[in-house]
Design a protein around this ligand. Structure first.
Ligand code: 1BN
Ligand code: ZN
Length: 347
């Protein structure tokens, strides 16, 4: 369902959202609650759209992010096995993501090219982007990596450290949240453009070599203008990494705050307004050289990372054989997905 807002109204919402001095909650809380609900069904799940409007021009649009649907997309990836580059499971995941984005977005743009890993392997990296409203100039780039780490080298059992990581959280969760957003947007077109980029070869890295990570994103960032046009310039980007674990805590990450403080503020404010403040905390975040650093430094797009960081480390199962579906809580997927839905529909 579309709700037409005037450009002035949209500009007001955006200005309120990004300002650290004003609180959008005060705006939405004074709104007269005129709730229109419709059931937008597809074969698997239903979603609900509603809107709240006050006597002036401010409006907020609510589109339900269905956590069970996101969980099903996460499980489908895990059922393939660890999606390590070069394996059949990885190829199956490329086909799965391409199929879903083809169903739910306006255009799919793929990119495949060789990349060289720190240990001298040549991989063919496949990046897959689904685009909604490709002509819109105001655009948000959402990205997540889908590949799994070849070695569970942080496992407490040395005998398991050469096994691949299942990557339920460290890979599948970010993809699952973005796929569910794609599905709900196929039923409820947003006013702005959205680019959903699933990147490859993030996790075949060496802890002592920062540049050895995010190889798929490096490939995309170096070539994205050839791929998408010289004018391609998303307004900002949001990376989702490890967004599904039970007990997750998302604190502002250091590089995100350095490059895109206003976007961090917008996302954290939106999460609090949506009722997920317990997940989106203010303290405890560290610095992570993740895909978003490449998007900032090579593609020159301001980009933040929503990543589960607790104290000095990540979730307990990070790069271990415990990063399985048992570590996942649909409530965490919901907190991140609903926050992003509200951000997208009210930007
Ligand atoms: C995130 C998830 N990363 C890997 N899996 C990036 C990273 C690289 C984090 C090195 C810490 C150290
Ligand atoms: Zn990883």
């Amino acid at each position: 369902m579309q709700f037409a807002r005037t450009p002035a109204a949209r500009a007001r919402v955006r200005a309120i959202s990004v300002s650290p001095h004003m609180n959008k909650m005060t705006i939405t809380s004074i709104a007269l609650a005129t709730v229109l609900t419709l059931a937008a069904c597809n074969s698997q799940h239903s979603s609900t759209t509603s809107q709240t409007q006050d006597s002036g021009q401010t409006a907020s649009r609510h589109v339900e992010f269905v956590a069970d649907s996101a969980f099903a997309f996460l499980k489908a990836q895990c059922d393939m096995g660890p999606r390590v580059p070069g394996t059949a499971a990885h190829s199956a995941c490329v086909a799965y993501i391409t199929d879903k984005l083809t169903q739910w977005t306006d255009t799919v743009v793929t990119q495949s090219a060789p990349v060289t890993t720190f240990d001298g392997q040549t991989l063919t990296a496949h990046n897959i982007m689904g685009r909604i409203n490709p002509q819109a100039t105001t655009r948000i780039l959402l990205l997540a990596h889908y590949d799994c780490r070849p070695w569970a080298d942080k496992d407490e059992d040395p005998a398991k450290q050469r096994q691949p990581v299942m990557g339920a959280n460290d890979a599948a969760s970010g993809v699952a949240v973005i796929l569910e957003l794609a599905r709900i947007m196929s039923n409820n077109k947003p006013d702005i453009g959205i680019d959903m980029l699933m990147v490859d070869a993030e996790d075949w890295g060496d802890y002592d070599n920062e540049d050895s990570w995010a190889l798929g994103t490096q490939l995309w960032a170096r070539n994205h203008k050839q791929l998408l046009g010289q004018d391609y310039a998303p307004t900002f980007g949001i990376l989702l990494d490890m967004v599904g674990a039970r007990g997750a805590r998302f604190a502002p990450e250091y590089f995100s705050t350095q490059y895109a403080a206003g976007i961090v503020q917008l996302v954290w404010d939106t999460a609090h307004e949506a009722g997920y403040g317990a997940f989106f905390t203010q303290d405890g975040g560290g610095a992570v050289t993740d895909d978003h650093v490449v998007i900032n430094t090579i593609a020159a797009v301001p980009c933040i990372d929503i990543i589960d960081m607790r104290g000095d480390g990540f979730f307990d199962g990070w790069h271990t054989t415990h990063d399985t579906i048992d570590a996942i809580d649909p409530a965490t997927l919901k907190a991140v997905g609903q926050t992003l839905s509200q951000l997208i529909y009210n930007y």
